[in-house]
Design a protein around this ligand. Structure first.
Ligand SMILES: [Zn+2]
Length: 118
């Protein structure tokens, strides 16, 4: 269940950066590894188009809702790992993940407010 979280932590350790975009297949945060966009959950590179234009507004708030649930689930999964982890490097990688997800949540909530106002 948390294999993808471990993979994300390993990606971060190997110098990958977490993107604010999520995988179009599974909603997990995407990572940039050596110029490639990679999904840790699908465990494969992702080719995706940034959502632009009017077609992106179709059920965008539903999508945001589902991404938010995913992120909250990930934070709680990682929290369980954090409780058990003793290795300082992994701890720091997990903390980075949680930090990234928290800032994602913040962005998501700002986005949702923007949608609700329009
Ligand atoms: Zn994916």
């Amino acid at each position: 269940m948390s294999d993808d979280v471990k993979r994300m932590a390993d990606l971060l350790k190997s110098g990958a950066t977490m993107l604010s975009d999520v995988c179009p297949n599974c909603g997990s945060p995407l990572f940039k590894v050596k110029g490639e966009i990679f999904c840790a959950k699908c465990n494969k590179p992702v080719v995706y188009a940034r959502a632009t234009g009017p077609q992106a507004t179709v059920s965008a708030s539903m999508l945001l809702e589902s991404v938010e649930q995913t992120v909250i689930g990930k934070i709680s999964e990682t929290n369980e790992l954090l409780k058990l982890e003793k290795d300082p490097e992994r701890l720091s990688a997990y903390s980075n993940l949680v930090f990234g997800w928290l800032s994602m949540l913040e962005k998501l909530r700002n986005l949702k407010e923007t949608f609700n106002q329009s």
